[in-house]
Design a binder for this molecule. Sequence first.
Ligand SMILES: CCCCC/C=C\C/C=C\C/C=C\CCCCC(=O)SCCNC(=O)CCNC(=O)[C@H](O)C(C)(C)COP(=O)(O)OP(=O)(O)OC[C@H]1O[C@@H](n2cnc3c(N)ncnc32)[C@H](O)[C@@H]1OP(=O)(O)O
Ligand SMILES: Cc1cc2nc3c(=O)[nH]c(=O)nc-3n(C[C@H](O)[C@H](O)[C@H](O)COP(=O)(O)OP(=O)(O)OC[C@H]3O[C@@H](n4cnc5c(N)ncnc54)[C@H](O)[C@@H]3O)c2cc1C
Length: 593
Amino acid sequence: MDRMEELGFRSETDRQIFREAAAPVELSPFGLHSGMFVPTLERQGTPEQSRKWVPLGKSFKMIGTYAQTELGHGTFIRGLETTATFDPETQEFILDSPTLSSIKYWPGNVAKTVNHCLVMAQLYTQGKCHGTHLFLVQVRNMEDHTIMPGLEIGDIGPKLGFDGVDNGFMRFNKYRIPRMNMLMRYAKVLENGDYIKPKNAKLTYGAMVMIRVFIVMDAFKTLSRAAVIAVRYSAVRRQSELRPGGEEAQVMDYQTQQYKLFPLLATSYAFLLAAEGMSQIYAKISSDIERGNLEDMPQLHALACGLKAFCTWVACEGIEVCRMSCGGHGYSHASGIPKIYANIVGACTYEGENTVMMLQTARYLSKCYIRGQRGESLPELIQYLTTDLNVKSTLGEDCSFESLVAAYSHRAARMVAVACKLQQTNKKKGMAGHDAWNKSTVPFIAATKAHCHLFIVRNFVTILSQKKIDPATHNVLSQLCTLYAVYGIVENMGEFMQDGYFNQDQVSILNRKVLALLEDIRPNAVALVDAFDYPDHLLQSCLGRYDGQVYEALYEYSKSSPLNNTDIHSSYYNYIRPMMQKRSESKNISAKL
Ligand SMILES: CCCCC/C=C\C/C=C\C/C=C\CCCCC(=O)SCCNC(=O)CCNC(=O)[C@H](O)C(C)(C)COP(=O)(O)OP(=O)(O)OC[C@H]1O[C@@H](n2cnc3c(N)ncnc32)[C@H](O)[C@@H]1OP(=O)(O)O
Ligand SMILES: Cc1cc2nc3c(=O)[nH]c(=O)nc-3n(C[C@H](O)[C@H](O)[C@H](O)COP(=O)(O)OP(=O)(O)OC[C@H]3O[C@@H](n4cnc5c(N)ncnc54)[C@H](O)[C@@H]3O)c2cc1C
């Protein structure tokens, strides 16, 4: 914190970059404090509450996290069981975990680190439940860090990753907090217990929307780091003879290696631009919301849900491809890739399980489709839903940006229409609304993925057509953008071809184009990963180090293994030697028999 002050870091983005550089592999135990706890106090507290608590949070005099998930509920927030019951006699809320399943479970850094939590609980006042609301709760003594009486707190145990984060459990036993510890920017409980409801009940979900937007950037960061490691290693690693009798080839010269990595390099650039676009949309709409204009709240929610799910799924699959493209050394922690994967793959679950998030977006698309069919105006990002589905592709050898965006628009519009028509058919068959929905959710997930894919392709193309970029750089970025789009079509050809949108010649053009682009990008591949400018300290990879001294680094890394601290390990004396002695004794016995 002081170091950031010394360095003059004022913007939250710079501070976040510094924090990640300071704790690049083991996520910071203060990440949720800075990334979720403090921003939520700012956005969900009244001006008075913000003035009181935000400075304490920013100066780490108060260290907090976001405690919402319970043993029995993570996705279904309306099903959360923790209660906060208002006591007008004492002007307090009484927090309680009435059941085993209501125990808070998973909140990051709650086990040992934080002294406060933002707790999501069902608000009761005057005998009535008003749904989930956020409450600031002190959980540890500010003098000696002991757990406050009335609370049971502990760590949930080892996880796949997130080793630097002490995810914990927390149980309330009639735990009292002051009335003014309810975050009251949008909803209020007055001294007499009267409840003042918010303009929209989902405003209390605002923190999650914010983190989902952050996570889109995390998907870029993690995929691009894995791509840097894999591409640099592929330039250094020589294996097998490409030319019979010739020297062993750089593995990056194998077309299959290029087909694994270059689309992921293109995806990294696409996701960076998508994350920036998402952040700009979030900044605009969230400031509208703070001014009381909730008109675009549904669009923000739908986009944040969809991109968070789409980008984390694609990033995690891509990081695994990067790991496997490094052969055996990719499987070692020396490569740095397993840790990248282990820390980001949780993002497919946390902050909204991806399938559930995609379905939120699908629900929005379904409503917009109906509005479009009625001829109502649609937000710009959704207007493609009224695309004429009888039109065929005009794609030519050049695979122009226009023809590519048109293809993605057509695919998404067609798939949303298919899912909506199935939902409508289900209703016409007499299904109840919720059954008609549930029985069309698989096509809706596919359609929503196509919707997100379109956003990312269109965003990439728009930025290339609007930004002033020097011709040489523009040319290389255009190759990446075309590769991202063409590869996406080739890999999902069925969805683009189902209604004959492309003819056979166009399919052949696309298959040729994706291979030609691999050759175009090969000369710039290393420069394109170097451009991310990740320092070795942050990558923590023997394979992806800037100087390419891979084998020297691996050898030093291996020698530093704790197992090498002694030549003969204690297990020899404790197990191996006794076993061998027993074997030899039994052999002597059998020889005598
Ligand atoms: C350790 C390092 C940290 C670094 C920190 C830095 C940056 C952060 C980066 C990474 C994160 C790091 C660590 C991980 C932290 C993880 C923290 C957590 O996981 S916190 C818990 C997260 N939990 C969830 O996300 C729960 C998911 N569930 C939900 O959001 C909701 O249950 C729901 C799925 C949205 C359903 O809600 P509900 O049942 O109330 O609503 P519906 O009936 O489905 O819809 C009704 C209506 O409301 C609209 N809507 C729903 N949500 C929103 C919203 N948020 N905003 C706007 N509108 C919303 C919905 O669209 C419907 O509208 P309509 O169709 O018009 O009726
Ligand atoms: C690394 C990590 C860190 C976390 N940090 C925090 C934290 O700091 N604070 C916090 O409060 N929580 C935290 N969580 C909890 C996290 O937010 C929840 O796990 C997440 O919201 C998913 O909810 P769940 O576990 O109930 O999954 P579930 O919803 O039970 O998922 C199980 C399956 O049910 C399916 N499913 C559920 N509902 C539907 C539906 N309506 N339609 C179709 N399918 C459905 C899902 O798709 C999934 O396949 C963290 C979790 C992880 C893994």
